[in-house]
Design a protein around this ligand. Structure first.
Ligand code: GLY
Length: 569
């Protein structure tokens, strides 16, 4: 089962896919026909959704940095090259797995300001989108503190050195990517008009691929942090400007909130899938718990016998997704504020009980809602020559976050407050249903529940796989399917990342089916009682690395749905 990564040629893959489609009705998809072979590296690998971020990581590795230095350099650069997705105005999670076997989870998630409260969005007269756009949507940013902590504890380079590529990118400018420009064109004109500073800083004309975007004010902020350290973000002139910008846009963020921010060092979540050990991110992310809960349930099915992309496999996995997401809605939240039953949710007997609830037809649950695509998160994966691995997912929540940009500093602030249950009777921007008894209600200083799932997989203690994604709740299912494609269905890592995905998040009660799934798969799922919605793509972007256990060779796969790059050394 655990084959070496096997790069193959696209023509072979296309032929195999076409044969499968022809011979096995309702049982296969055409594996992404255009997917190229993965990048290879004898010693190290960086994969990210932007070439400049990947190059920043490679530059640092060549200069003697380790995987943590490279990940920090790539993350700062990604914040400049893809400011609509992540940056110093947002938060992030780093999962670090060192070659000596130790592992660390750095939680640099945003926190609710001290003046936040459970019913802050239910105030009469407040705009309906107050948790999504404008100052009240902004959580206290954690990215700078988290990256500085990672560097201090596990890097070998100075903050000044790892910031150099991002400062260059901000000052010299970055060409818009095709995916990025398409995402930007989807921003409604009235939102750009409502946030003129963001329109000025973030939308160079024309909004199309190859237009150069310069961000001198953000360059100034990064230079200040490089020179004075992370406290320059949380105290003094920059912190005052951040609080002022959020408050001018109707928010409650204060300089005291910024001064009080602390990243948390947490124990990575550990689970198993067959003979593999899966490390992922603990609460306040739901990513790791929900990923491991689904894996435990589907472990009891003969997925290999069902076949990748078959209606039988999609049905079984989607039912498991539904059950795990229902648990997510009730039980998961910030562990510093609520008791989170992680062990109970990942217990093998509990998984068996959930599995027993999965029959041949879709289980009926109520629900409605909608979901916007997530362009406000990005993932990068790094492995260095010593075998250290970093999976880092950063976010400002949804595309362009709160749309509040800090004048003079070019910092785009997050809208992470919408990841809380802002409206217990409604849904958030991802269509995730609220509930009054959720562990994820707003409280001062609390971290909103995330879906980010930076993940590392080991076999017999040896590194095999590093991955993560953007996509809000779709992160969990994108990482799950990539892992199953690779380990269970023997795809190479590029095929595993490229293959069409599906998603179920309990509410709304429907399967989203991406791209190239065969038409008869859709009808077979409907016949089992599923509502099925076809989407061109799920707006997820998995950036993955696989390691051949025999040769140690690394294979990098950037998601072909985005503008990314994998580079090996
Ligand atoms: N804001 C996306 C997430 O953390 O899940």
């Amino acid at each position: 089962m655990h084959h070496p990564a096997r790069p193959r040629f696209a023509t072979t893959r296309l032929l195999a896919g076409l044969l499968c489609t022809a011979l096995l009705p309702a049982s296969a998809f055409v594996v992404h026909a255009a997917s190229p072979a993965p990048a290879t590296g004898a010693r190290a690998m960086v994969v990210s959704p932007h070439a400049l971020a990947t190059e920043a990581g490679i530059e640092v590795l060549k200069d003697g940095g380790n995987a943590v230095d490279a990940a920090v350099a790539a993350a700062f650069t990604l914040g400049v090259a893809q400011p609509q997705s992540m940056g110093i105005g947002g938060g992030l999670f780093l999962l670090i797995r060192l070659a000596d076997g130790r592992a660390f989870a750095i939680d640099a998630r945003e926190t609710a300001p001290a003046a936040a409260s459970e019913d802050m969005y239910q105030v009469e007269g407040l705009p309906k989108d107050a948790s999504r756009y404008g100052g009240l949507a902004v959580g206290v940013p954690g990215a700078v503190a988290g990256l500085a902590l990672a560097l201090e504890t596990h890097g070998v380079m100075s903050l000044e050195r790892v910031l150099a590529p991002s400062i260059r990118a901000a000052e010299e400018g970055v060409a818009l990517g095709a995916y990025q420009a398409a995402l930007m064109r989807r921003v409604p004109a009235e939102r750009r008009a409502r946030f003129p500073e963001t329109a000025r800083v973030q939308f160079p004309e024309p909004v199309m691929a190859d237009t150069i975007k310069r961000q001198p004010e953000l360059g100034r902020a990064l230079r200040r942090i490089a020179k004075r350290g992370p406290r320059a973000f949380y105290e003094g002139e920059m912190a005052e400007a951040i609080a002022r910008a959020a408050r001018a846009a109707g928010g409650v963020l204060s300089v005291e909130d910024l001064a009080a921010y602390q990243p948390r060092l947490r124990e990575p979540l550990r689970g198993t899938f067959r003979n593999l050990e899966v490390l992922s991110f603990p609460p306040p992310s739901s990513g790791g718990v929900t990923l491991l809960e689904i894996l435990k349930v589907v472990e009891g099915f003969d997925l290999r016998g069902m076949g990748a992309g078959s209606s039988e496999a999609i049905h079984a996995i989607a039912e498991a997704m539904k059950l795990a997401f229902a648990d997510r809605a009730l039980h998961l939240g910030d562990p510093d504020f609520a008791s989170i039953p992680v062990e109970a949710l990942l217990d093998a007997d509990y998984a068996a009980k959930l599995r027993a609830r999965i029959g041949p037809r879709a289980a009926q649950v109520e629900g409605s809602g909608y979901a916007v695509p997530d362009g406000g998160t990005a993932h990068l994966s790094v492995v260095d020559a010593a075998g250290n691995a970093v999976a880092l997912t950063g976010t400002i929540n949804t595309t362009f976050g709160s749309f509040v940009t800090v004048p003079g500093w070019g910092i785009l602030l997050n809208n992470q407050m919408d990841d809380f249950v802002a409206d217990p009777d409604g849904v958030n921007l991802y269509g995730l249903a609220g509930r009054r008894d959720s562990a994820n209600r707003v409280a001062p200083g609390k971290r909103p529940l995330s879906s980010m799932a930076p993940t590392v997989v080991l076999e017999d203690g040896a590194l095999r796989f590093v991955a993560g994604s953007n996509g809000g709740p779709r992160i969990i299912t994108a990482v799950l399917l990539t892992l199953l494609n690779y380990f269970e269905w023997d795809m190479d890592i590029m095929e595993a990342v490229s293959a069409p995905r599906f998603h179920h998040q309990w509410r709304p009660d429907r399967i989203l089916l991406e791209g190239a799934h065969a038409a008869d798969v859709e009808s077979a799922l409907r016949a089992r009682g599923h509502e099925v919605k076809r989407v061109d793509e799920l707006i997820t972007g998995v950036e993955a690395i696989a390691r051949d256990p025999l040769t140690g060779r690394l294979y990098g796969a950037p998601d072909p749905r985005r503008d990314g790059l994998a580079r090996g050394l």
